[in-house]
Design a protein around this ligand. Sequence first.
Ligand code: AMP
Ligand code: ZN
Length: 493
Amino acid sequence: MPLFENQQIQIYNSLSGKKESFNPITKGSIGMYVCGPTVYSNVHLGNVRTFMSFDVIFRYLKHLGYKVRYVRNITDAGHLENDADVGEDRIAKKARIEEIEPMEVVQRYTVDFHNTLNTFNFLPPSIEPTATGHIIEQIELINTIIEKGFAYEVNGSVYFDVHKFNETHDYGKLSKRKLEDLIHNTRELEGQSDKKNPQDFALWKRAEPQHIMRWPSPWSDGFPGWHLECTAMSTKYLGEHFDIHGGGMDLKFPHHECEIAQNEAAKGQTPVNYWMHANMLIMNGKKMAKSTGNFILPNEIFSGDNANISKAFAPSVARFFMLQAHYRSILDFTNDGLLASEKGFYRLMDAVNLLEELKPSDTSTIDIDTWRQSCYDAMNDDFNSPILIANLFEAVKYINQIKEGDQTLTADDLSTLKTTVNSFTFDILGLENVTKNDSGTDKLSGAVEVLIKLRKEARANKDFALSDKIRDELVEVGIQLNDGKDGTTFSVN
Ligand code: AMP
Ligand code: ZN
């Protein structure tokens, strides 16, 4: 019997604003869609946090025996600089600045995204579709929305008619906004004059002559609006009505609100049963974001090369740090927080490794079944990883007591303890079994930092033969040096 038969999950649904019992549409199977990255720059730790929250949810659902189809897209077109449909395409802009093809930008940062998530030990999603791979589906969807009377064409662009939609539907129900308030608060931005109302959003945009990312359509050579791709791809791979849709809190409005509107307009039904939103990683009191420069890159964590941290941290330590906060809480990134997590993480790993040495007894002095259920209860309660971690530390205490002979477990109970600790630590939280001495991360980054310094000196002395040799030989052993405006970082391939 699969575990889910005995474990009832509660999910906080952003749509209803409360925790609800989770029941999938099809018994035993789950469809989950999470908005992926816009691949125009390196992912920062804030992005990683949101994806990690859903990685753990994916892992737990699988652990319970559900068949999960997890779709996480790659946005490789259509995401403009400004959410109000103005400005340049983020990818095209990067391509212009770097004088490369947009698809080179996409390739570079998709690879970076995958490498980063691999380093943090993420499971790959079941399907990772791209916006540019689904232009035909998006055009079809626009046609349907026009046919249903909820979109209009102006000068080769197509806009969703939010006011018309709101006459029969509830635009704003996810983000708890009222159209009247939106009208009141919207500033007319330059370049929006094609729209009937500023609240309308683009489904298709006619490309200006200089815009290189363009596709033919019934309305113009142009490109799809950002919100559309997720509706097209979630429908294609999960159906018109599926179980879970996730993303960062900042996507609730307008992105997810618009997804709901598009779906309801085109298909006549609301697409998703449970909307889940992960909260933000902040640093120095502000949201971590590329646009403001207030961010830290994963590689900087592994090398220690960032002013906000005092040393390098292993990927599993950073992972542990992030999972010590509930996914719906704001998490403040601090050096002290990381140092405390590092201590806790290695204490947990030491105990996990000690577990193998424990000997069974004839009787048990600990109620292991109750403890085991409390681990499930934590995750069943809206995936509460910090409470789960507190339960794992309860197990650390037991392990040390058993080792000291202060408590005992029968062979069966010891086996339950081992299986449960291992499943939750490695399969569900996705941590990796490294100890302080064998991780090598600190030592490796220390050694590479020495080489980075030597290369810098060589360059200062105009000894380019030596500086190139250092870089090339590091590449040969799988270490890539990345020169940026704030110095050189490295990534391990
Ligand atoms: P983007 O590539 O900007 O679309 O962002 C990818 C994902 O990262 C989205 O789900 C965002 O909500 C999420 N995200 C962006 N900044 C942060 C942050 N500071 N903390 C947590 N998640 C974030
Ligand atoms: Zn999306």
